[in-house]
Design a protein around this ligand. Structure first.
Ligand code: ATP
Ligand code: ZN
Length: 284
């Protein structure tokens, strides 16, 4: 029994998809130009496909599961289930207007021609906001459409906004935020589901680990209570006596988002020799 997973063949999701599977301890040969490959130590076959095709293939069960952007899942409207949010491939689907053109809120979109490859999502957005605009479907290089007179505005993916900027456009409305998702066919067999569960368990361990750091520090015993109270750790920190009298070594796990703030407070409270170590996997 082997589960089939579809991932992007090349492009923005490829590297992170491969990295995630490898961090889950799944070994496979991903030399370029391969259409599919089998993992050597996990019951998984990996299919490399265009991202736009992944929802369809998963719905048809050519692949059992897949990694694809939420934007594509929303646009394609295929019968697939979202199994896990993966936290990479972050971007947003936005409407952009030429810099020199006045934009006074969403009604400025009325009567315009908007170029996009996301016709389904854009249609829904315009309908919800009761805007009458013409949608021009184009499949690539949407950002050049206003410059060549093909459209008045565009609806496309944005991350930093630099592509828009170099094309004389500015973001005026955000339609949706997106990240990579693990999707699955809704009708998996018991055995298939068991492999999916195993994979998701590993993905969650990798995701948790990437959000946390392991810290070790030396603390004078007289400030130990204060220092421990500053660490919002997993449970309670590990405390070991140092050879030097009056000092202890404190070990704990720290969330990335409170990291700098806590480190500063620890230093002020007398902590020394602070070591910060990445965590590879975290199973709670
Ligand atoms: P394919 O050849 O597989 O069809 P593509 O050109 O359609 O590739 P990419 O540009 O590689 O697609 O983007 C794949 C996905 O990466 C997008 O659907 C989106 O979910 C995500 N993504 C993240 N940031 C961005 C960005 N700045 N621009 C476009 N996509 C982004
Ligand atoms: Zn694509």
């Amino acid at each position: 029994m082997t589960l089939k997973i579809a991932i992007q063949k090349s492009g923005r999701l490829y590297d992170d998809s491969v990295k995630l599977l490898k961090e889950c301890g799944i070994e496979f040969n991903n030399s370029l130009n391969k259409l599919k490959t089998e993992a050597s130590n996990f019951p998984l076959e990996i299919l490399f496909l265009r991202d736009d095709d992944i929802p369809q293939y998963v719905a048809d069960k050519v692949a059992d599961i897949g990694i694809v952007g939420e934007n594509v899942v929303m646009e394609k409207q295929k019968d697939v289930r979202v199994l896990e949010r993966l936290g990479f491939g972050k971007c947003r689907l936005s409407i952009a207007f030429p810099k020199g053109k006045k934009y006074q809120g969403i009604n400025s979109l009325g009567g315009t021609r908007i170029a996009t490859s996301y016709t389904h999502i854009l249609t829904g957005f315009l309908k919800k906001n009761k805007i009458n605009a013409e949608i021009h479907e184009i499949s690539g290089s949407v950002e050049i459409a206003p410059g060549i007179g093909l459209a008045d505005a565009i609806c496309d993916l944005v991350s930093s906004g630099s592509t828009l900027f170099t094309n004389g456009l500015r973001e005026v409305e955000t339609i949706m935020k997106s990240e990579a998702l693990l999707i699955g066919n809704p009708l998996l067999s018991k055995q298939e589901q068991a492999i999916v569960d195993k994979l998701i368990f590993r993905i969650q361990a990798v995701k948790k680990a990437s959000k946390n750091k392991y810290i070790l520090l030396n603390a004078p015993n007289k400030n130990l209570d204060k220092i421990i109270s500053l660490i919002p750790g997993m449970k309670s920190p590990t405390i070991l006596p140092l050879a030097q009298e009056g000092w202890s070594s404190v070990h704990s796990v720290l969330m990335e988002d409170v990291f700098w703030e806590v480190i500063e407070k620890l230093k002020t409270a007398g902590a020394q020799g602070i070591l910060v170590v990445p965590i590879e996997k975290m199973i709670l």
